[in-house]
Design a protein around this ligand. Structure first.
Ligand code: ZN
Length: 136
């Protein structure tokens, strides 16, 4: 499994995820959420920001099922999925992740035939680490 590589702007996302919270950065002036995290609001150019708690629910906006040739660690797990999830309470925010059967399951734990665009999903946080998605 890949561990997150954090930077100053994105570190809070991972710190909240380690506590089991899915938060997105939002402008503290105009309120617009943004992702990926960055210092300045693209809507009003404010540098004031906050980390807004989300409900962790969303819908599959898109997905891919990678097949080899892949990096060796991933080739062992293929076919697996990579989903793009549109958040229910911040529809312009789309997060990339993996859809699994249960929290902490391997990347290839869900039959790709079960994945549908628009399916409702929610975030889970196995071992306080990298968020995953499961079908709701
Ligand atoms: Zn703003």
């Amino acid at each position: 499994m890949l561990n997150p590589v954090t930077d100053t702007d994105g570190a809070p996302f991972w710190e909240y995820a380690a506590q089991g919270e899915l938060r997105v950065q939002a402008c503290a002036d105009c309120g617009e959420p943004r992702f990926p995290p960055r210092p300045c609001c693209p809507h009003c150019q404010s540098f004031a920001s906050e980390w807004r708690l989300t409900g962790g629910h969303g819908r599959i906006w898109s997905y891919v099922v990678p097949h080899p040739p892949l990096l060796p660690d991933y080739a062992e797990q293929a076919p697996y999925n990579v989903v793009v999830v549109e958040l229910e309470d911040a529809p312009r925010i789309r997060l990339v992740g993996n859809l699994v059967r249960h929290a902490g399951d391997p990347l290839n734990s869900l039959d790709p035939e079960r994945i549908r665009i628009g399916a409702r999903v929610h975030a889970v946080f196995p071992d306080g680490g990298l968020p995953q998605w499961v079908l709701s």
